[in-house]
Design a protein around this ligand. Sequence first.
Ligand SMILES: NC(=O)c1ccc[n+]([C@@H]2O[C@H](COP(=O)([O-])OP(=O)(O)OC[C@H]3O[C@@H](n4cnc5c(N)ncnc54)[C@H](OP(=O)(O)O)[C@@H]3O)[C@@H](O)[C@H]2O)c1
Length: 211
Amino acid sequence: MNILVVGSHGQIGRQLVERLADGPHRVTAMVRSAGQEAEMRERGADATVVVDLEGDLAPAFEADVDCVVFTAGSGPHTGPEKTDAVDRDGAIRLVDACVERGIRRFVMVSALRVGCPEQAPASLRHYLEAKAVADDHLRATDLDYTVLRPGRLNDDPGTGRIAAGLPLPADEIPRADVAAALAVILDRPATIGRTIDITRGETPVEEAFRA
Ligand SMILES: NC(=O)c1ccc[n+]([C@@H]2O[C@H](COP(=O)([O-])OP(=O)(O)OC[C@H]3O[C@@H](n4cnc5c(N)ncnc54)[C@H](OP(=O)(O)O)[C@@H]3O)[C@@H](O)[C@H]2O)c1
């Protein structure tokens, strides 16, 4: 597959690109600025493309793309307007671009408790509501989607073990294990059409998505 990693320069994205580098897929790393391209090639990307989710998305699709992984995000240090522009509208426009172009596979990094923001701290509610709109938009298409909803991310070393299911109670997960899960999901047709929560756990990542 030709995989476009959106948010490739992020903390999960970089680890995902490194994981995919040794595998059978061709990886294009989408970055926000030209200054990030060399690093992404060093991390193993076969190609890079400079595209801002708030701008024209067409250049992201100039080379062949069969699959999009969305792991971008406006982050905790911007306001609600960036959450809307990037996490919600950027994702929606990317989904629409895939529908228009017949790109079938779309893996969305979402978040635990999207869909039940009332269970989350008030500071997270706008973000969770924005992600919910994007997730619903994706699920309403006929794309081969997977919505992956990690718990609170941390930078602990990856364990290679997770809990996966729906719904899972609130818990944390190392970003490294989210990247590992994404790499596995890409080769698991059983995850198509699924929304899956993941947190730290005991199941080896390779086994978590077989059923
Ligand atoms: N924090 C949590 O506890 C949590 C929990 C569950 C899910 N998540 C989701 O997981 C995602 C990935 O996490 P992470 O730690 O890898 O995030 P991250 O390090 O902040 O990475 C986000 C990436 O998105 C890129 N980006 C931001 N705005 C963009 C735009 N307008 N156009 C194109 N790219 C843009 C950033 O680009 P630059 O590198 O140029 O900044 C960055 O590479 C988060 O964004 C969030 O939605 C987070």
